[in-house]
Design a protein around this ligand. Sequence first.
Ligand code: HEM
Length: 400
Amino acid sequence: MITSVFDQDYLRDPHQVYARLRGQGPVAPTATSRGVKIWLITRYEDVKAAMTDPRISKAFAGNLQVFKANELEGGDSSGAAAVVPDTMLFSDPPDHTRLRRIAVKAFTAGRIRALRPRIEQISARLLDPLGPEFDLLKDYAIALPAMVIGELLGVPEADWPRMIHLSNTTIEGSAHDPQQVVAAAEETLAYLTDLCAAKRAAPADDLISAMVRIHDEDGRIDDVELVSTAWLLLVAGHETTVHLIGNGMRALFAHPGQMARLRAEPALLPGAIEEFLRYDGPVSTGTYRYTTAPVTIGGVDIPAGQLIIVGLLSANRDAGRYDDADRFDITRNPAQHLAFGHGIHYCLGAPLARVEGEVAFGQLLGRFPLLQPAVPVDRLTWREGMLMHGLTALPVRTHA
Ligand code: HEM
């Protein structure tokens, strides 16, 4: 019988589960927590190879079909339908190439650099009222990336709280209730449809206005894709960065020597962020892929029509790739970690996430010289779900 590895042990410590699986073999036949059969790839080189194999597809319609076909007895594949279909994340070339190209200009290093002062301002505004005790997630990390992506897309400030709520429901619900996700996605799409109309009437210097222009001028993106892309950017740009901040800060709290080193040498911060991403990144597994033909991964034959899950967290702790992979070392400079994925679906928002991380850690450490956890680090709990890896809360205090 196939059981899910995404159980209570996984929730307590995914790294231990992944280490066991890597030791057992390159591919673990297992199931999602809702009883759909998947093949979980756990080693660095195999994960990379799977993410560039043209026989492994991300196309939405195919994914849905394969999902249904791999339901185990009593399993429930309805969660897959909760995803918005017409986006780059669930498409193959040429659609993927076309959709990604439309958004990519907004995320060049130059544009993101230009956004930095505004990110600093938003971050300072959130931190100003905080102290002496607060929840670093709820009171800061959840709001910052949502406000930044809201700014980039052109969501009016008055609507930011609603947007944060909808994005949270989308991600939270995915662990529990697909219906909740569908409802949140529908409400977000309706909101974004209205926003596109508003931008058409009064264009501004923001990403939604730019995409509306492309839609109206040359039709390279259709109505549904336009709104779906805005939705993807909202959701993908939010929760991930929240947990870069939360998991990174937790790792520093758990390693006071590394915290002291970073405080003493702030120039280490960009490299430290790469190590936060490698050591305990926010995304545990890639999104669903499926085989369109038989493939062999790490010597294991996988037939056509199977769901493939790449273990990003696992690959980043593979001792075959990184020396002493379980050691947290902010000076390691972990080249080519897989926290942002690999291949054509490599995270579009990586430059933005890195700058947000630099601003967040820079300001938190700069403002609060005595910042420390308000509960023992080993009592912090992780949120449920296969995709994301992040804390439920991170209570801190700013005094000794
Ligand atoms: C630390 C923060 C982040 C992490 C760890 C992260 C991680 C990832 C990963 C692993 C993928 C690939 C998924 C797969 O292949 O299955 C991805 C794709 C993507 N990410 Fe991120 N992400 C982060 C932040 C952001 C931000 C800030 C944005 C946008 C504002 C963003 C937008 C996207 C988009 C649009 C894709 C789809 C790209 C494609 O399919 O071509 N991400 N991200």
